[in-house]
Design a protein around this ligand. Structure first.
Ligand code: AMP
Ligand code: GLY
Length: 426
């Protein structure tokens, strides 16, 4: 089987690494990929939103399956594009169609979906430019902290949380009147703040049945102790001890089953992964957000724990027989530490040589923002640079191994959080 994987981050290197292990694979291509994916297959210089070039490549190279890593091509309708084209429609796409991707592409749509299907989530209201004054009244009816969310995709920056009602009103005006996030903030969801611990749950679905992947916790803030601005993610740990059988039964009964059934009831076909961002509020799960894809850097600790062939999982999703797919999971913990560029998530340097990658023996090294320069050296090419994942019988052991490997890898401006997973230790 020939597979084309879209994307270029740590998530995609991890998927490429896993796909490359399958005996069912003939050729793997990654568009556009990074220096790490180039070790697992062939990188192709095509933008993930250039659907016409993707089509030409797929047809010229006898691609049998398209696996979509990031959300933007899904929200822009790559799956619909394949289904609407007579030459492409027989090629399965792993990732939902536009309508299903709206679970991530519109906060208002996903909140209404959760309300309709009685899925626990924070109370909310949606406002537009014409209803700013109602929004101000709503803010003043809530207790701090205030949570404001741009409706559309805003590259992870569209959620603002503040303790000040005055700032909340200013942000509401900036989003709606001043188009702070362009079209993405033409609608704003204001919601109740949930107090608790977050958890990421990934569900694979063929639109009918589902499989729950190992759960993970990610660490979003740049600074230790969860301080400073939000990032794409500074590390992740899988499994998460508080997500025990009792808690996961609540997640399945109250959230996963109603979500998959809700999609069916609403006649929204869905073939791919649903990422459910949860808050554990005193033992009860509430949905913070849905994403239409796997998370990054959760994938870097979740996917290595899958022992079975990932192409079987993809085939189950594509062929409507996911219920027959056997998912074998490694019982060990996996811990991922993300190495970033100094300055990230604000401005940072690119183009610095990364050394000693080949000296790491005890961890998996997944590339995020890297590329090969003209001499074949691996250089930094993004804010998040390298994700280092290790296994262990305990979280401590997995983390200790990852941190040892992080110390080996070097580049100018290397930065990472030293407290990944610490909150999960007793
Ligand atoms: P989202 O993009 O919706 O995941 O929001 C980004 C982050 O903001 C989440 O990962 C949470 O840490 C936080 N957040 C979002 N909504 C809430 C909420 N209702 N209560 C508390 N924290 C929230
Ligand atoms: N780690 C959070 C995300 O992928 O959105």
């Amino acid at each position: 089987m020939n597979i084309l994987l879209l994307g270029s981050g740590g998530r995609e290197h991890t998927l490429a690494w896993k796909i490359a292990q399958s005996k069912q694979l003939t050729r793997l291509f990654i568009a556009p990929g990074n220096a790490g994916t180039a070790l697992c297959g062939t990188n192709v210089d095509i933008d993930t939103l250039d659907f016409a070039s993707i089509k030409t490549f797929v047809l010229d190279n006898n691609i049998n399956m398209l696996v979509v890593g990031p959300e933007v091509p899904l929200v822009e309708g790559i799956h619909d594009y394949f289904l609407n084209d007579d030459t492409l429609k027989h090629i399965p796409v792993i990732g939902p169609q536009k309508k299903g991707a709206m679970l991530e592409g519109s906060k208002d749509f996903s909140k209404a979906f959760m309300m309709r299907h009685n899925i626990p989530t924070a109370a909310y209201k949606t406002f537009t430019k014409d209803t700013i004054s109602d929004g101000v009244v709503f803010i003043n009816s809530l207790k701090a902290p205030y949570v404001l969310k741009a409706d559309g995709l805003a590259a992870g920056k569209g959620v603002i949380i503040t303790d000040s009602s005055l700032e909340a009103v200013n942000v509401l005006n900036a989003m709606l009147a001043d188009e702070m996030f362009g079209k993405a903030s033409s609608r704003v969801v204001i919601e109740e703040y949930l107090h608790g611990i977050e958890l990421s749950v990934f569900v694979a679905t063929d639109g009918n049945s589902y499989k729950i992947l190992p759960v993970a916790k990610d660490y979003k803030r740049i600074g230790e102790g969860d301080t400073g601005p939000n990032t794409g993610g500074m590390g992740s740990v899988s499994h998460v001890p508080f997500a025990d059988a009792e808690f996961m039964k609540k997640v399945e009964d109250r959230i996963i089953i109603p979500t998959v059934e809700g999609l069916k009831q609403d006649k929204i076909p869905y073939k791919g992964f649903i990422f459910i961002g949860l808050m554990n509020v005193e033992g009860n799960p509430f949905v913070i957000e849905y994403n239409a894809r796997l998370g990054d850097p959760e994938t870097e600790s979740v996917v290595p724990r899958i022992k079975s062939d990932i192409i079987d999982l993809f085939k189950g999703i594509a062929n409507n027989n996911l219920h027959e797919t056997v998912l074998e999971i490694d019982d060990r913990y996996a811990a991922c530490v993300m190495m970033v560029a100094n300055g990230y998530p604000d401005s940072y340097e690119k183009g610095n040589t990364i050394s000693n990658l080949e000296m790491v023996k005890d961890s998996l090294v997944f590339h995020a923002g890297t590329k090969n320069d003209s001499n074949g050296n691996v250089i930094t090419n993004g804010g998040r640079v390298i994700a280092v994942t290790s296994f262990g019988d305990t979280i401590e052991e997995a983390l200790a191994t990852s941190y040892k490997s992080v110390d080996i890898i070097d580049y100018k401006g290397k930065f990472f959080r030293r407290d990944i997973g610490k909150d999960l230790l007793k």
